[in-house]
Design a protein around this ligand. Structure first.
Ligand code: PLP
Length: 297
């Protein structure tokens, strides 16, 4: 199953300014060439489970730019599963070639099945899943965004023992909340885990509470920039500056917003003096170029 040879080293981004705060970046975006970042950890135990249960096919759901769709397609190819992606939006069926995520997913063997937004909303309904089984045969179901109990368990492996000792704050972008839930579960009591939702709304608190009983975490709700995949000139400039300074690529959907938020909170004096902060680079760079093109229209 998924293996990687070297532990991920943390990169120092900011040292001792102001008042002794240190910010480090954990580059889990580098963990695998095609299954990027947190999606690697979320899929890992699901692939083992699918194999144990003798499934040959993985089926999952996503939008046209979904990092999760890209990751499932790549993982299926690498580990010998057929993959089926149920994609939101019938109109995309004849635009596969224009969309790098869908094009690459298909090139990696994923069978794409486009559904209307109305049908897509039924993605967790028993009846809809049964219809999909009639059509595609038996499959191992991975929910939209990849969050389930095994995904959360996989994300418990993101923080190393040293990370748990060394850092006061762990920061992470939040989509469905599975990744942060795993890190919350594996964190040490004296740490605080801060989530930066990429979506508007406060429903994520209860989503995360489904997966953890710990309370050493909080969500910073002010850095969604208007909602999922929404940006602003200020955010895009921040990302450009960050990339120029560090030579580390980030994207505007998740990690860009989180890092903007962390630097803003540092400026506002949110973190006590001498805090050691670890930010997680969750990856998501596939399809970046296409996204920024479509966003700038
Ligand atoms: C999917 C994704 C997230 C969100 O992960 P969740 O477990 O859904 O909260 C964060 N960052 C990147 C780059 C992602 O692709």
């Amino acid at each position: 199953m998924l293996t990687h040879s070297q532990p991920i080293k943390n990169t120092l981004l900011l040292a001792s300014s102001p008042n002794g705060i240190q910010l480090h970046l954990k580059r889990i975006d580098l963990i695998h060439p095609t299954i990027s970042g947190n999606k690697y950890y979320k899929l890992k135990k699901n692939l083992i489970e699918a194999r144990t249960q003798s499934f040959h096919t993985l089926l999952t759901f996503g939008g046209a730019y979904s990092n999760h769709i890209a990751a499932v397609a790549a993982a299926g190819l690498e580990h010998g599963f057929q993959t089926i992606g149920i994609i939101r939006g019938e109109e995309l069926a004849d635009k596969i070639l224009e969309n790098p995520t869908l094009r690459l997913a298909q090139a990696q063997g994923m069978q794409l099945h486009f559904v209307s937004r109305t049908d897509y909303r039924r993605k967790a309904d028993h009846e809809f899943i049964e219809q999909l089984k009639k059509r595609f045969g038996e499959f191992y179901l991975i929910p939209e965004g990849g969050t389930n109990a095994l995904a959360v368990q996989g994300c418990e492996e993101i923080l190393t023992e040293q990370d748990k000792q060394e850092f006061d704050y762990i920061c992470c972008a939040v989509g469905t909340g599975g990744t942060i839930a795993g890190m919350i579960n594996s964190s040490s009591d004296q740490q605080k885990i801060l989530g930066f939702p990429a979506l508007k709304g406060d429903f994520l608190t209860s989503e995360i509470q489904q997966w953890t009983t710990r309370t050493n975490w909080d969500l910073c709700l002010n850095y969604h920039f208007g909602g999922y995949a929404k940006t602003s000139p200020e955010l895009l400039k921040f990302i450009q500056d960050f990339q120029n300074k560090t030579n580390i690529a980030i994207e505007p959907i998740y990690t860009g917003k989180m890092l903007f938020g962390i630097f803003d909170l540092i400026k506002r004096g949110y973190f006590p003096a001498n805090s050691k902060i670890l930010a997680i680079h969750t990856g998501g760079l596939q399809g970046k170029q296409n996204r920024s093109l479509s966003l700038s229209k």
